[in-house]
Design a protein around this ligand. Structure first.
Ligand code: ACO
Length: 450
């Protein structure tokens, strides 16, 4: 198949959010720590009325409706998530309620899990399916859905929540350059969830930052090597128009881009001008370890890469700054920001994506953008996602209300399993999704007094 990739996208994030500036004051953090220090503006979170299943049901049904896709045309559905709803039953099976109503139960695929990387794993599975001999001519669907919540402490402002659905097929406006992929996989305990009775991860913040940057270096080297093998010339940042990063918080994205710039400097690539070479020269002899620890290098490379950052990364940062870390959906929300900001000028452009999931799994890959034709055009995708409207129609809550909701959810999580029961009962008695959702909502409300 030619130009396999993303044909259509839809995104949902909760309407409830808390301003980082207010949270900063509430938490007693120094002024500017969350907004400038972490680079975040606002954080979305699930109230007790929604979760990863309801968010993904919304994203999928809305995508099918808005692009007028018959649910029978879906042949594979994969979900990426790290929000555990059930230790065995996949989120994908909950989504089957949409397709069973239309008599389509012939849909391959289940869930993929590894921190924030599960969405990318799901996407690769579906793209590989469309490119393979097993493809039956129908569309694939990928869903990234997560609610990122942290215990009280320094990681709490780096939460967020969203679901993104992506329709996959040939002749796509967002086409994979499948030959250029560089991965780095390793065994570390930087962020993990050993306590199954809690939604909160155990996180070693500093270690996770270093692991992220080391993975980035490694993926970039491999990506460049593959590009060079295919193209017979060196890859530099000039060969890509935009860089989209998994975005736990914006400051790490700024550091990541600066790191790639430093890598280009070390590789003597054409993207680095003479003035920047001079400023970076004192750091050329640092060992890998030393270079991750050097604050001077971090600051200097961020300064010399500043203009390029504004041009190649700036347009990708809106949603991650406004919604927060959406785990599996975070990278694709950053990409959705690019579509929102630049859809009319993206035709022909190359976009580099960097996916990172703690634990750890990471891949750098590449899209070639094409204008496409309705309904699968870049401009229509931006219209359907309607990011500006979604952001405007949110309602802010106070930090106190946010904390209260987190406490409520801590209790609800302990009674997980009931959700699955409601869905199973409703399936057996043949009720509609709307009724299932009503039952589900009632159940969650009841848990308020749990
Ligand atoms: N004004 C401006 N900047 C400030 C202020 C202030 N008042 N106070 C602090 N800062 C800056 C700091 O200098 C630092 O920036 P720098 O790194 O450029 O120097 C930044 O704000 C953060 O401050 P720290 O003291 O480093 O923050 P802390 O250690 O308290 O927490 C962390 C940050 C580790 C990111 C925490 O939020 C966390 O653990 N998050 C979850 C882990 C995570 O997201 N890891 C990323 C990859 S893994 C994943 O995706 C889940």
């Amino acid at each position: 198949q030619k130009d396999v990739g993303i044909l259509a996208m839809e995104m949902y994030f909760p309407p409830t959010c808390v301003q980082q500036e207010a949270l900063e004051a509430h938490d007693g953090a120094s002024k500017g720590k969350y907004t400038i220090g972490l680079g975040q503006d606002c954080m979305a979170f699930c109230s007790e009325l929604e979760d990863v299943i309801s968010m993904s049901l919304t994203a999928v049904s809305s995508l099918l409706e808005k692009y007028k896709i018959d649910p029978k045309q879906i042949g594979r559905l994969e979900v990426g998530s790290e929000t555990v709803i059930d230790k065995s039953k996949s989120i994908k099976t909950f989504l089957m309620t949409i397709f069973e109503e239309c008599d389509n139960t012939d849909i391959e695929g289940v869930d993929s899990t590894n921190a924030c990387y599960g969405g990318t794993a799901a996407l690769f599975n579906v793209v590989n399916w469309v490119e393979s001999n097993s493809w039956d001519g129908r569309y694939g669907l990928v869903v990234c859905t997560d609610s990122a919540v942290y215990a009280e402490g320094p990681a709490r402002p780096t939460g967020g929540a969203a679901a993104i659905a992506m329709l996959i097929g040939p002749d796509a406006p967002i086409a994979f350059e499948s030959k250029y992929r560089g991965s780095h996989m390793s065994h570390v305990y930087d962020f993990y969830k050993p306590n199954l009775a809690s939604e909160y991860p155990v996180v070693d913040g500093k270690l996770s930052q270093t692991c992220y940057l080391m993975a980035l270096d490694s993926c970039y080297k491999r990506f460049c090597a593959k590009y060079e093998k295919c193209q017979g010339k060196q890859f530099s940042m000039d060969d890509a128009d935009y860089f989209v990063f998994h975005s736990p918080y914006n400051k790490l994205v700024q550091k990541s881009f600066a790191r790639l710039y430093f890598m280009d400097f070390l590789r003597n690539a054409s993207s680095v001008d003479e003035a920047s070479k001079e400023k970076l020269a004192p750091f050329a002899a640092l060992s890998g370890e030393e270079s991750y620890a050097s604050r001077d290098l971090e600051k200097t490379s961020q300064t010399v890469a500043k203009n390029l950052y504004a041009e190649k990364v700036g347009p990708t940062t809106l949603l991650p700054k406004q919604v927060g870390n959406m785990y599996t959906a975070s990278l694709y929300a950053a990409f959705a920001s690019l579509l929102h900001n630049k859809n009319s000028s993206l035709g022909g452009k190359r976009v580099i994506m960097f996916s990172y999931g703690s634990g750890l799994s990471s891949t750098m890959f590449s899209f070639r953008m094409r204008e496409g034709s309705h309904p699968f055009s870049l401009s229509n995708i931006a219209t359907v996602m309607d990011v500006a409207h979604k952001l405007e129609s949110r309602h802010e809550v106070t930090p106190e209300k946010f904390v209260e909701t987190m406490q409520l959810m801590e209790h609800s999580v302990k009674s997980e399993g009931v959700v699955a029961k409601i869905f199973r009962v409703s399936f057996l008695s043949g009720v509609l999704i709307s009724e299932v959702m009503e039952l589900y909502t009632k159940w969650v409300r009841r848990n308020k007094d749990y």
